[in-house]
Design a protein around this ligand. Structure first.
Ligand code: NIG
Ligand code: FE
Length: 428
C-alpha cells in the first residue's frame, strides 16, 4: 500500500542511503564522513525520522517500534537511492522584473560592478520590486518554490533587499511569511538585506542609510519577527568594512543572527569581519585570502560558497578544497537572484563542486544538506537523516547518490518528502 500525509510512514526498498550525521556543521575532514547504508529503510513518525537503517535489521527486530513500523503504512522506493532534502542557504528569490539585458552585456565583457555603478544592477530590480504588490510578490514566489521542490530543495533562505525602503523591504518579508503559511513547500528562512545597495535617496551617504535602517527597519522587523538574519553587501563601492562592522554590531545588539556577502568582487576584508563577529555564515568568498580562510575556520562561521554566481560572473569558483583543508565548514548554495545568478540548479552546483572546486561527492552532499542547515541555524532540526530530525527526504532516480555529480547538470530528484509528507510531485 502506498500512502502519503499519514502521521507515520515506512519508506522501504531504498537501494542506498547516504547522509551526513550530527546536529552541527561538519568542518574539515568530517565533511567527507557520510553514513552509507545499502538496502535501507526509514521510519517516519509525526513528521520526524524515528528510525533509519538496513531494512533486514528492522524486519528481524521484535521491538515495539519495528512492529509499529512494519504494521503501518508504507511507501515503496522501488530501488531508488535516498539523501536528505537539499538546503539552499543563500537566495534572493522574492523579486520582480528581469535583467536579461545586463546578462548579455556581461556576457560580452562588461563587469557586474560597472553596471551597478551606472544605476543598473540591483537598482533595476529595486525599481521593479517597488512597483510590485504583495499579491504579485507572493505569486512570483509561489512559482519559484515549485521549481525548488522539483529540484529537491526542502529548506530555503530568502533575502529582502530589492526595496531599499521600509515599505518594500517589509513587503518582501511579508511575502515570504505568507508563502510559509500558505502552502506545503520548502521551509523558508527570511533574511533582512536592506543593506544590499545604497538607494538614490541616500546617494554617497552609506552610513546615513545604514543608520536609517537601524532606526526605522530593524525594530519593526524584530517586533513582528519578520527575519532571523541580517545580511549586508560588504563590497568596494557599496558598504565598506567600517560601515559594515558598525551596522552588523547594531543588528546583533537588536537580536539578529548575522550573514555577510563578503569578498565577492574585491578583497576588502568582509570574510575576516564575518569571522570576527562570529556571523553564522560568510558568503561568496571568491577573493578571500589564506589568512581570511584560517580566521573563518577558527570562528565556526560557515563558509557559504556560491559556484553558480562565479560561473555567471565568469570568475573562477571558490576553491572548496582550500577551505575544507584549512578546517572550514563549507556550505554550497545557489544565490538565485535576478542579476548575478538567475539559476538555482542544484545539479550544476554538484557538478561544479566536484569538477571545479576540488570537492568530493560526499563533501558536496554535506555542504548542500547538513552544512546548509547550519548556515541557517537549523542543523539541530534538518539536514541529515537521523532519529529526531525532520523527515525531509529525497528519493533519486539513480541506484546510488554517487550519480549526483556524474549526471552533469541533470535533475535526478524523483520524490520529495517534507516533514514526512509527500510534497513532490504534486500529482502523486
Ligand atoms: O549575492 N552581490 C550582491 N547581491 C547579489 C546580487 C544581487 C543582484 O545582482 O541583484 C549576489 O550576488
Ligand atoms: Fe547573494
Amino acid at each position: 500500500m502506498q500512502k502519503e500525509n499519514s502521521s507515520n510512514l515506512l519508506i522501504r526498498n531504498i537501494s542506498e542511503l547516504w547522509t551526513p550525521e550530527g546536529l552541527k556543521a561538519m568542518a574539515g575532514p568530517s565533511m567527507a564522513q557520510v553514513r552509507k547504508i545499502r538496502d535501507a529503510c526509514i521510519y517516519i513518525d509525526k513528521g520526524h525520522i524515528s528510525w533509519v537503517g538496513k531494512e533486514s535489521d528492522l524486519t528481524a527486530s521484535d521491538s515495539p517500534l519495528a512492529q509499529q513500523a512494519l504494521e503501518g503504512p508504507t511507501y515503496d522506493a522501488q530501488g531508488r537511492c535516498c539523501v536528505p532534502g537539499f538546503v539552499d542557504s543563500h537566495t534572493h528569490f522574492v523579486f520582480a522584473g528581469w535583467r536579461e539585458d545586463e546578462f548579455y552585456q556581461r556576457a560580452k565583457g562588461t563587469a557586474y560592478m560597472e553596471i551597478h555603478k551606472h544605476g543598473g544592477g540591483i537598482q533595476k530590480s529595486v525599481n521593479a520590486t517597488r512597483e510590485a504588490s504583495l499579491e504579485e510578490l507572493i505569486h512570483i514566489g509561489e512559482g519559484r518554490l515549485d521549481t525548488m521542490l522539483s529540484l529537491g530543495i526542502t529548506t530555503v533562505e530568502g533575502k529582502s533587499g530589492y526595496g531599499l525602503d521600509i515599505e518594500t523591504e517589509i513587503r518582501q518579508l511579508l511575502a515570504m511569511r505568507a508563502l510559509s503559511e500558505r502552502r506545503e513547500g520548502p521551509e523558508i528562512v527570511p533574511t533582512f538585506l536592506g543593506a544590499h545597495s545604497i538607494p538614490p535617496e541616500f546617494k554617497g551617504r552609506p552610513r546615513e542609510f545604514l543608520a536609517f535602517l537601524v532606526e526605522k527597519a530593524l525594530p519593526r522587523i524584530k517586533k513582528d519577527n519578520l527575519a532571523h538574519f541580517v545580511d549586508i553587501f560588504c563590497e568596494e563601492g557599496v558598504f565598506g568594512i567600517e560601515d559594515s562592522r558598525w551596522y552588523l554590531e547594531k543588528a546583533r545588539a537588536a537580536g539578529f543572527a548575522l550573514k555577510v556577502h563578503a569578498d565577492e568582487v574585491a578583497p576588502i576584508g568582509g570574510t575576516a569581519l564575518a569571522a570576527e563577529l562570529h556571523a553564522t555564515s560568510a558568503d561568496h568568498l571568491l577573493k578571500a585570502s589564506d589568512a581570511d580562510i584560517s580566521a573563518l575556520a577558527g570562528s565556526g562561521t560557515v563558509a557559504c560558497l556560491l559556484p553558480l554566481t562565479a560561473f555567471n560572473l565568469q570568475e573562477p569558483c571558490a576553491n572548496g578544497r582550500r577551505f575544507i583543508d584549512a578546517g572550514c565548514a563549507v556550505a554550497l548554495a545557489s544565490d538565485l537572484n535576478p542579476g548575478s545568478c538567475y539559476s538555482q540548479s542544484i545539479p550544476l552546483i554538484f557538478a561544479l563542486a566536484v569538477l571545479n572546486m576540488g570537492m568530493t561527492i560526499e563533501e558536496a552532499l554535506t555542504a548542500l544538506t547538513l552544512n546548509g542547515a547550519a548556515a541557517l541555524d537549523l542543523s539541530s532540526h534538518t539536514g541529515s537523516l537521523e532519529p529526531g530530525k525532520n523527515a525531509d527526504i529525497l528519493l533519486l532516480n539513480a541506484p546510488s547518490p554517487s550519480h549526483l555529480a556524474y549526471h552533469v547538470g541533470m535533475n535526478l530528484v524523483d520524490t520529495v518528502f517534507k516533514r514526512g509528507t509527500l510534497v513532490w510531485p504534486r500529482s502523486r
